[in-house]
Write a protein that binds this ligand. Structure first.
Ligand code: XUL
Length: 544
């Protein structure tokens, strides 16, 4: 039978998910492996190892290798692999994998009768991969910024200010702290290109979706930036993968995987990308700038499509590339689901009870606001974790804390997303917490926009499968659009919708409303503003 299905693999923070789609029938099958549960010997919590110094967060990349071999084994035992025509990878962004000169030859000599992990232990020149949750490179960010001439210059070239979790500052720190291991490193991969390399049995290129989130590429040209590379570490260019502007072929699947997991030898592997650019494709938002997306996963992200680069100075938000060769803008909040979970668990609630509280309590929380920095935060930058409570928010009051953590998170998004300009009319909500109707209602009210949960929970894995499908189908002369492909896998499914409620919108968005109070609290919390108590008192007079 002609291979007709497409596989998307999403290696996210906590799990590896495989989505297999059939472009003829619209069928979709999904399987996941949770890292903490399946690989306890790697000692991860939530898929990561958080150091005593909470700014240091890493993973042993061998865990990802095991997970890949295992998930492909599951697909093979289900009889799915032989029909797969194309594969693409979505990876948690910014994580780096350090590989030595043996890598390529080792990947080509793998024996299909043995697990991958037993044969490739020797390719790593650094045992730990720093991941996106790491924020230990503040000093290196300052050094890079100074070398490039300031925040505005770094943003103009690389699309973001020098950012702690990005590969540039991470590589600089590695080179400074361990120059010998840096010397032994022949290839530096990102998570998406690393997993793609394992699929094709050779060093894979990197796409601009992930490549722009490095502080190393020039977003204006789509090439590695000589200035940024020089500001980062010596002889870096020969260690980085080839940078590719938009969807393209990475290579054919390796012989090892054909024989080990019964893939068809014609299976094509399309270039991988980061989980957020992949989600953008999966959500059907390529070419659709008016609708924005919120992903409520381990990290919360707010993102949208940009047909062209933003003009003017900016220090917030990150520019990444997209599968169609354009751009997206993204804000990332580290205290996402783990912060919500900390509050839920503190009061012994279920997710349904959490959602019910949000649906039953009053928007605005009578001026009680939380800044939920349970761990270091990315937006705004907070390196020492601390939970701030304002307006007399008592720690013992479960309902007020549930509302405060949710409003605090969503208002942070609304406040910082002003960098996008016009507010959206519709927001698609994806990832784990998108099933939570209470959170959807807070999003709708704070943004004054319809909030709609996305039908497929892992839009990043779906996006990867769609990227594989789009590339392979185009080669066969089938030019179905991104939107048509997404609709094929989503339009029959159920989705939750929350519409903005006029009175609630006023509480947040009128002058002196809770969004203004949030801005004052955040300014005070990060040491850049005055005490917000008087503003909160005025808010209560007007809105309570
Ligand atoms: C985005 C970011 C996270 C990771 C993990 O900049 O750091 O969203 O991609 O999902």
């Amino acid at each position: 039978m002609k291979p007709e299905t497409f596989l998307g693999l999403d290696l996210s923070t906590q799990s590896l998910t495989a989505v297999v789609i059939d472009s003829a029938t619209g069928d979709l099958q999904q399987t996941s492996i949770n890292f903490d549960q399946s690989y306890p010997s790697y000692g991860t919590t939530g898929g990561a190892i958080i150091g005593e110094d909470a700014t240091i967060v890493c993973v042993d990349p061998k865990m990802w290798v095991e997970a890949l071999d295992d998930i492909l084994g599951i697909l093979s035992r289900k009889g799915l692999t032989s029909r797969i025509a194309g594969i693409a990878v979505s990876g948690q962004q910014h994580g780096t994998v350090y590989l030595n000169a043996e890598t390529q030859s080792c990947l080509q000599r793998l024996d299909p009768s043995r697990p991958m992990i037993d044969q490739i232990g020797g390719i790593f020149s650094r045992p730990a991969s720093p991941i996106w949750m790491d924020s230990s490179t503040h000093l290196e960010c300052q050094e890079i910024t100074e070398a490039l001439g300031g925040d505005a210059q770094v943003t103009e070239i690389t699309g973001s200010i020098a950012t702690e979790r990005f590969p540039g500052p991470q590589i600089r720190k590695f080179w400074k702290n361990d120059p010998l291991s840096y010397k032994k490193t022949s290839h530096i991969a990102l998570v998406s290109s690393f997993v793609t390399s394992l699929l094709i049995g050779k060093i894979a290129p990197l796409d601009c979706g992930d490549g722009f989130g490095t502080n190393l590429a020039d977003v204006r040209t789509g090439r590695w930036s000589t200035e940024a590379l020089e500001a980062t570490a010596p002889d870096l260019s020969c260690r980085l993968p080839k940078l590719i502007r938009k969807d393209d072929l990475a290579g054919a699947i390796s012989d090892y995987l054909v024989r080990r997991h019964a893939f068809n030898e014609d299976t094509q592997v399309v270039i991988g990308t980061g989980d957020n650019p992949s989600s953008l494709a999966g959500l059907g938002l390529l070419g659709v700038p008016a609708t924005k997306a919120i992903s409520l996963g381990t990290s919360d992200t707010y993102f949208g499509y940009l047909p062209e680069l933003l003009r003017g100075e900016r220090t917030e938000g990150h520019i990444f590339g997209t599968a169609d060769g354009a751009y997206m803008l993204l804000l990332c909040f580290k205290n996402g689901s783990l912060a919500r979970e900390a509050v839920k668990d503190r009061y012994g609630l279920t997710w349904n009870e959490f959602s019910d509280i949000l649906l039953k309590t009053a928007p605005g929380n009578n001026g009680r606001v939380m800044l939920p920095y349970f761990m270091p935060e990315i937006t705004p930058l907070v390196l020492s974790p601390q939970v701030y409570r304002f307006g007399g928010l008592e720690e013992g009051d479960a309902a007020s804390n549930v509302r405060a953590v949710s409003e605090g998170q969503i208002m942070a998004m609304a406040h910082h997303s002003r960098v996008f300009g016009k507010k959206p009319d519709t927001i698609l909500v994806t990832a784990g917490a998108s099933e939570n109707l209470g959170l959807l209602q807070v999003i709708a009210d704070v943004f004054d926009a319809e909030a709609r949960s996305f039908e497929v929970k892992d839009s990043a894995a779906l996006g990867a499968a769609i990227r594989a499908a789009k590339w392979c189908l185009r080669k066969r002369g089938d030019s179905r659009s991104w939107r048509t492909l997404t609709d094929l896998f989503t339009s029959q499914r159920h989705s939750l919708v929350a519409r903005p409620r006029k009175d609630a919108v006023r509480v947040y968005r009128d002058e002196g409303g809770l969004l203004d109070i949030y801005a004052a609290c955040e300014g005070f919390g990060i040491g850049k503003g005055r005490n917000p108590d008087k503003d909160i008192a005025r808010f209560r007079e007007v809105f309570s």
